[in-house]
Design a protein around this ligand. Sequence first.
Ligand SMILES: Cc1cc2nc3c(=O)[nH]c(=O)nc-3n(C[C@H](O)[C@H](O)[C@H](O)COP(=O)(O)O)c2cc1C
Length: 260
Amino acid sequence: MKDIFSIMHDRRSIRKFTDKEVTKEVLEQILTAGFRAPFAAQLCSIVYTSDKEKMKMLKGIGIYPTTQVLMIFFVDYDRMEKIIRARGYENIFDDGMSLWLGIQDATLVIENVILSAEALGLGSVLLGVIPQRADVVSEVFNVPQRVFPVVGLCLGYPDPSVETDTRPRYPLRYSAFEDEYKALDETAIKECMKSMDEGYITQGYYIKNKAKIPLPDGKDDDVDYDKYSWSEHISRKHLRERWGDDTLINVIRRHGFKIE
Ligand SMILES: Cc1cc2nc3c(=O)[nH]c(=O)nc-3n(C[C@H](O)[C@H](O)[C@H](O)COP(=O)(O)O)c2cc1C
C-alpha cells in the first residue's frame, strides 16, 4: 500500500470508472476509516447507493454515468436532537453554528473517505451542486428535516484508458502564511493566476473536455481555448447569481434550519 504522502500527492479527481464492483467489505473499510475523522459533535451522516435507478432520479446533480457508488454526506441534526431529547433537554442552539459545526464534521469525514478509497485503489470526484438540489436528494433517499446534504462523491475504480493529470495549485506562499495573514498584491495575484492557468493549458484540460462556460446574455466570447484556463473558468462560474431556482439559504430553511 502507498504511504500517505504519495496518496495525497498523486490523488486527482476521477470522472470515469470501470465496471468493477465496489464490494461491501471495501465500502465498510472506507466508511469506517471515514468516521475515524476528528469531530465536533458527530454531525455527519452518509447515504450511499450503487442503485443506478436512484442515481438517475437525481437529475441536475452531475453524477458521472460510470459511477459505481454514489455517496452523499449530510449534516445530521435529527440524530443530535434525538440524543439531546433523550437526555431530557431541548436544543435552542444557534442553527447557523449548528450547520457550520456539521459542515466542519462532514468535511473531515469526506477527506478521510477520499484518501482511504485511494489507498484501496479506488478513485473519486466530488459533486458540489448537491446542497442546491436538497429537495430531490431528500425525496429519493427519504431524508428527514434537519438533515442537509453537504456534498456528493462519485466512487469507483479508475478507468485506465483515461489519462488524468494532477491539477496545479497556487504557490504555497500564497496559501499558507506564517505569523500573520498577508493580503495578496497585484503581482502575487498574477503569480497565482499564472501557476494555475499555465498548468491547465499545458495539460489541455479545457480543450480536451470542451468545458468552456459561455458568457452570460449571449455576450461575444473572444477567449479562445489557447487562452481559456482556470482563472477564466472559475471567474465565469461567478457570473451567475446562483446555481438553482432558489437561493441556498432558502433551500436550507426548507429543510428545517432556522437561518436568518
Ligand atoms: C466541494 C467540491 C465540489 C466539487 N464539485 C464538482 C462537480 O460538481 N463536478 C466535478 O466534475 N468536479 C467537482 N469537484 C472537483 C474539482 O473540480 C477538483 O477537485 C478540482 O478541479 C481539482 O482537481 P483535482 O481534484 O483533480 O486535484 C468538486 C470539488 C470540491 C472540493
